[in-house]
Design a binder for this molecule. Structure first.
Ligand code: ZN
Ligand code: ZN
Length: 356
């Protein structure tokens, strides 16, 4: 009986039961995927991420996430935590389309109050206020996978919008030499630790403010005609990799800190007291390194934390940090308010706490 069934199944499959030629059928109209597991998974990712896009548009980042938004983020985690995910066309298109949309918004957004903050890929953030546009760890994707790199044409409007770029450390999921060089060509400052791009011709133009806790530097913005106040905290990834944790003060009196891949216990010597020295509005922290008891949040005492570094596709699945772990890692938002953002999403931060 089993044999007969199998033979009938194969015969039907050969004849193509549904009269479709999989080679020629538009995947969006294809109603059977027998024998094409790869195609099936890609199409499932496409359908899933399409729903995700719709849900994210209706439920933007917020302190109290509705269940719809939680489900959308979980769906992203599920699609992206698969070995072949960065190679799948559906994932690549989702990535490119979301970054394109964000770049367009960054270019057009007229900020009159507070700051609008975009999370791009991985731990890349753009903070735009009425007077200045800050870039942190902006890079274009996975250099080894052509479909997972944002094109230079897409990035040009972003380059034109940025006034300064801060690069936390040397790793390529944070540091993009093309981005840095283009900014420098536009006479806009690029700030990095001293070991980043050390062999490249434009190295001498990069700014390396002293890495010292609680010391204020002034970074000239020649194209804007004013200086930006920053503190360049001497962070590390592990015990040896230099990782600038930069606190930036905007002319409006707001402050933003981004942690790069900060992860070194000894650095709590200064992390624990950042909030004693300066008010911090928004901290953009690497989600995988917040430490028990919200120690980073205790140190910064930021009015808002934004988790970052989720779903960096160059990492293996075990360190391709998901959104769902943020609930455990960052704790109850009532204690230290925090939000999480998908690729390309934005959040309008208003400095008065009652406006959040
Ligand atoms: Zn790193
Ligand atoms: Zn990283």
């Amino acid at each position: 009986m089993k044999k007969i069934c199998l033979i009938s199944f194969l015969a039907l499959f050969q004849l193509n039961l549904l009269g479709q030629n999989p080679e020629k059928t538009d995947p969006d109209n294809r109603i059977e995927w027998w024998g094409d597991s790869d195609g099936y998974i890609n199409q499932q990712a496409k359908v899933t991420l399409g729903v995700v896009n719709d849900v994210l548009n209706s439920y933007p980042p917020t302190l109290k996430e509705p269940i719809e938004r939680k489900m959308a983020l979980l769906m992203i985690d599920n699609v992206l935590h698969e070995e072949k995910a960065p190679y799948r066309e559906a994932v690549q298109e989702f990535f490119r389309q979301r970054i394109r949309k964000a770049v367009d918004e960054i270019r057009k957004e007229q900020v009159t109050e507070g700051a609008v903050i975009w999370q791009l890929y991985n731990h890349a953030f753009v903070v735009k206020t009425r007077t200045v546009t800050l870039g942190f760890d902006i890079q274009r994707g996975l250099p080894g996978i052509a479909g997972f790199v944002i094109s230079k044409e897409t990035m040009l409007p972003l380059l034109n919008s940025l006034d300064v770029l801060f690069i936390s450390h040397i790793h390529q999921d944070h540091a993009d030499e093309w981005m840095a060089e283009q900014l420098l060509l536009q006479n806009k400052p690029v700030v990095t630790p001293p070991d980043v791009f050390a062999n490249l011709p434009f190295y001498s133009k990069i700014l390396h403010p002293e890495r010292k806790a609680h010391l204020i530097h002034e970074i000239p913005l020649p194209e804007k005609g004013f200086n930006l106040k920053i503190v360049n905290y001497p962070g590390h990834q592990g015990s040896t990799i230099l990782n600038d944790v930069t606190l930036v003060f905007t002319p409006e009196g707001m402050s933003f800190i981004q942690t790069g891949d900060q992860s070194n216990l000894e650095d709590f010597g200064w992390i624990d007291s950042v909030g004693d020295h300066f008010p911090v509005d928004v901290a953009m922290v690497n989600s995988w390194s917040v430490y028990p008891g919200q120690r980073v949040a205790h140190g910064f005492r930021s009015k808002l934390t934004i988790a970052g570094h989720e779903n960096e596709m160059g990492h293996t699945i075990d360190h391709r940090e998901p959104y769902w772990l943020n609930y455990l890692r960052l704790g109850d938002p009532a204690t230290f308010p925090w939000i999480q953002m998908a690729w390309g999403e934005k959040y309008h931060y208003l400095s008065a706490p009652n406006k959040q």
